[in-house]
Design a protein around this ligand. Structure first.
Ligand code: FAD
Length: 468
């Protein structure tokens, strides 16, 4: 067995994975295609370039992003350490000087004796050879490698039906998964709200035409409420579209503001259709309805069905709070539509981020189905640990479910494969406490305490913190 790991992509996940392998005594070949070939978003040849904001999210104790960073600190994340060295004032958040951060990561990784850097585009993966491979090529994976990933993913049996295949979105007019149903090329995300922020006195539970159990929350609107909502939606500001990101929206997956632009009543024949949703309190069908569906695996949260949109986050909060029952909604995630290459983790991956069909191939970063800088680094850390264990012939121990690490990988590998969408760390990914605690702050504090206790035990067993 060779103690050698090939890592493709020296972004956030790949750089951390390479470091973790090296510190465990494993030789690494790290492939980065920039500057030979760039992506539409990166501007430099540096590793770990932050392509948009410079924030690594909240550093306030007992928040979910803090918990994830605290676990990374305990597991010896090199990139987090560098981020702290490059921190700039940002209130309760950890924000970095992006130029200094990328330069320091590049220097640290390049100087590490066990890491050999190759500046070239990888277009093929030897899935069943002796070498271990970590694919960490991010949301803008090069086309040739995406084709190769599609080939690796297609060998698994798929349960996707023709109808599901037909409803998959298009990217620039092409099928978003040209040769594999388990690879996607863009996110079409509906907003998610916390369950206890919904005013249940204004909504009702029902299934359309009473078919199946009444699992949906329905927010009914009068003609007047609909009119107010419609006008606000049309007036709301959209996120600026970059040229390379221009999407030819698939008809069944249009952003709500685009549907609204097609006519005053078009939404009432689409995602806000009231037909078959009689309000039991009035016995009548409302003028329009917004449906909320409970998120699988995300405790205590609901998504707004069919409400993918391209509006600025602040605008979304303002407009969506006009929906009856959502006046005080707390948003766990806002709607988005953006370019993002990612695999269907629940169909393809084990909790150790290894492919089920090709265990010597691992995925890390945004491409494995997480969202965000910190989540990408965290999965890079885990993939690096597991890849090193594989190369050394050691046992692979997945992180505990109660931890933020374990909750992220649990989500990536156990979410509903049919509707899989990448997630960032939030409390609704963590398991609920056995005892119901009403006070949110106290509940979160206890969840963090439980997570870190399990995490420390795992590190002792998995040797996550130690170098050989
Ligand atoms: C436009 C955009 C803006 C974003 N803004 C934010 C934000 O503000 N905050 C946030 O938290 N998250 C943001 N994200 C999401 C995500 O956190 C980042 O994309 C993050 O960089 C993902 O880390 P990664 O390691 O998975 O991928 P990356 O950091 O993109 O690293 C992947 C690397 O692989 C290389 N590569 C690709 N294909 C090949 C190949 N075939 N061979 C060799 N190398 C290859 C790339 O050049 C790149 O260096 C954004 C994403 C995009 C696309």
């Amino acid at each position: 067995m060779s103690a050698r790991v090939r890592i493709i992509g020296a972004g956030l996940a790949g750089s951390e994975a390479a470091w973790q392998c090296a510190r465990r005594g494993v030789e690494v070949e790290l492939f980065e295609m920039r500057p030979v070939r760039s992506t539409p978003a990166h501007q430099t040849a540096d590793f770990a370039e932050l392509v948009c904001s410079n924030s690594l999210k909240s550093d306030s104790e007992n928040t979910a992003p803090w918990l994830l960073k605290e676990e990374m600190r305990r597991a010896g994340s090199r990139l987090l350490e560098i981020a702290r060295e490059c921190a700039v004032p940002a209130g309760h958040a950890l924000a970095v000087d992006r130029v200094a951060f990328a330069a320091k990561v590049t220097e640290a990784v390049s100087r590490e004796g066990r890491i050999t850097v190759r500046r070239e585009e990888v277009t093929s993966v030897e899935e069943d050879g002796p070498e271990v491979t970590v694919i960490a090529t991010g949301p803008l994976t090069s086309e040739a490698l995406a084709e190769e990933i599609a080939r690796l993913s297609v060998s698994l049996p798929t349960e996707e039906s023709e109808a599901e295949r037909a409803s998959r979105p298009l990217l620039n007019g092409h099928d978003s998964a040209p040769s594999s149903p388990h690879l996607y090329f863009y996110d079409s995300i509906s907003p998610i709200v916390e369950a206890d922020s919904i005013d249940m006195s204004r909504v009702y539970m029902a299934a359309r035409y009473d078919k199946g159990s009444a699992d949906y929350i329905n927010c009914p609107m009068t003609a007047e409420e609909y009119g107010r909502f419609y006008d606000a939606l049309l007036a709301a500001q959209s996120v600026e579209e970059r040229d390379w990101e221009k999407l030819n929206y698939f008809e069944s997956c249009l952003p709500i503001e685009e549907i609204a632009r097609r006519g005053r009543d078009t939404l009432r024949f689409g995602p806000m259709k009231p037909v078959g949703l009689k309000d039991p309190r009035t016995g009548r069908m409302p003028y329009a309805v917004v449906q909320l569906r409970q998120e699988n695996l995300r405790a205590d949260s609901y998504n707004l069905v069919g409400f993918q949109n391209h509006l600025k986050f602040g605008e979304q909060a303002r407009v969506l709070r006009l929906i009856p029952g959502l006046e005080n909604a707390r948003f766990l995630r806002y709607g988005q539509i953006h370019r993002n290459t990612y695999i269907n983790g629940p169909a393809l991956l084990r909790e150790t981020l290894q492919m089920k069909a090709h265990p010597r191939v691992l995925f890390a970063g945004q491409i494995c189905g997480v969202e965000g800088y910190v989540e990408s680094i965290a999965t890079g850390l885990m993939a690096g640990m597991h890849a090193a264990a594989l190369a050394l012939g050691n046992e692979l121990v997945p992180p505990p479910r109660a931890s933020a690490f374990g909750s992220l990988t649990h989500y990536v590998t156990h979410a509903d494969a049919k509707n899989f969408q990448p997630a960032n760390i939030t409390f609704d990914l963590l398991p609920a406490l056995e005892k119901k605690i009403r006070d949110r702050k106290e509940r979160h504090r206890l969840q963090c305490e439980a997570a870190l206790k399990e995490f420390d035990g795992w590190m002792d067993r998995a040797g996550a913190a130690g170098t050989p």
